[in-house]
Design a protein around this ligand. Structure first.
Ligand code: PBG
Length: 323
């Protein structure tokens, strides 16, 4: 390696054109997935107070947001449902006329090229707000699996391109793969939330999805933020059970985990830049404390640089619009 004054790193930083030639990482619209929250009814659009720029919408309004994303070059959306009714076992989550199932059908009809990903989890549909069914005050892992599998199949039947289990039950990827194959959906990929941490950064999402647990927390099934070796074990299990893409979530606070997952498995890695990570940039920008757009680009670039192939972000449309 030559030394100064032979090597002057500043030579390649002098203009935007030079910087562009040697830039190592570039986030493009094609890397991004936009999350959308779907409610029942018509002509509903309710802004989420803690997530500026994000709304809960009924299917007709959701189509407008999805079309805008598609026209901007964003290849996919991930859907979360806010059902009219909740019960102990989350049955509105796997009803064929559920809000997500209706949204999937409408999206595939209106925008056939747009990739429709569905979040598979019971927490938005259960009265207690936990991600599986309860036995006393504990989530019963094995009794939750068939319900999650049923939900995934009902999403696939509605036309979902990819199903994304986020519940963190053990064995759910295998159960979902088997159920999809059995129902004839051999080619429907699974995007597994493999290393999903019990994070404080999900706060705003729980307002958006109305899915806060009614008692306790999710620490008995989501991962301890202190653990990275364990994340690799979780990813390995999901790959062995049939995951096609693995996810690390949150993203910004877990860049080291993204890198280790990428290097260890060479699998497609998705990173979820979650609600709280989005909101904190937006909030600081609203106060004029940081340049929100620049900060968001820097964070998304860091997530890609860490090894993410695709990024779920609430900023997908603004990223392209302000680009
Ligand atoms: C459902 C789910 C959550 C998120 C995605 N799927 C919330 C949770 O686990 O409490 C969080 C997404 C975000 O914060 O943006 N289990």
């Amino acid at each position: 390696m030559p030394q100064y004054p032979v090597y002057r790193p500043r030579r390649l930083r002098r203009t935007e054109q030079l910087r562009g030639l040697v830039r190592e990482t570039q986030v493009t619209p094609a890397d991004l997935i936009l999350p959308l929250f779907v409610t029942a009814g018509r002509a509903n659009r309710r802004p989420i107070g803690s997530m500026p720029g994000v709304d809960q919408t009924s299917v007709d309004e959701l189509l407008k947001d999805a079309r805008e994303a598609w026209e901007l070059g964003v290849p996919g959306v991930i859907l979360f449902g806010i059902p009219e009714t909740k019960d102990e076992v989350g049955s509105s989550g796997y009803a064929d006329d559920g809000v997500v199932q209706q949204a999937v059908r409408a999206l595939k009809e209106e925008l056939p090229g747009l990739l429709v990903i569905t979040d598979v989890c019971l927490c938005e549909y259960t009265s207690h707000g936990h991600c599986g069914v309860l036995h006393g005050h504990e989530v019963d892992n094995d009794r939750s699996l068939p319900l999650l599998a049923q939900m995934a199949v009902s999403h696939a039947r509605a036309g979902a391109d990819i199903v994304a289990p986020s519940d963190m039950m053990d064995g759910r990827v295998g159960a979902i793969r088997a159920a999809l194959d059995e129902a004839g959906f051999r080619d429907t990929p699974i995007l597994a939330y493999s290393a999903k941490y019990a994070s404080a950064f999900y706060g705003p999402f729980r307002e958006a999805a109305e899915s806060a647990p009614q008692f306790g927390d999710r620490k008995a099934y989501q991962m301890d933020p202190a653990n990275a070796d364990e994340a690799l074990r979780e990813v390995r299990l999901d790959i062995e059970e049939g995951a096609d893409i693995v996810m690390v979530k949150p993203a910004h606070a877990y860049l080291d985990v993204i890198r280790r997952v990428k290097d260890s498995f060479g699998y497609p890695v998705c990173a979820y830049h979650v609600s709280g990570e989005y909101s904190m940039v937006m909030a600081a920008a609203e106060r004029g404390w940081i340049d929100g757009d620049r900060a968001m680009r820097e964070v998304l670039t860091a997530i890609k640089r860490a090894g993410a192939d695709l990024i779920i972000t609430y900023y997908a449309r603004q990223f392209v619009r302000n680009g």
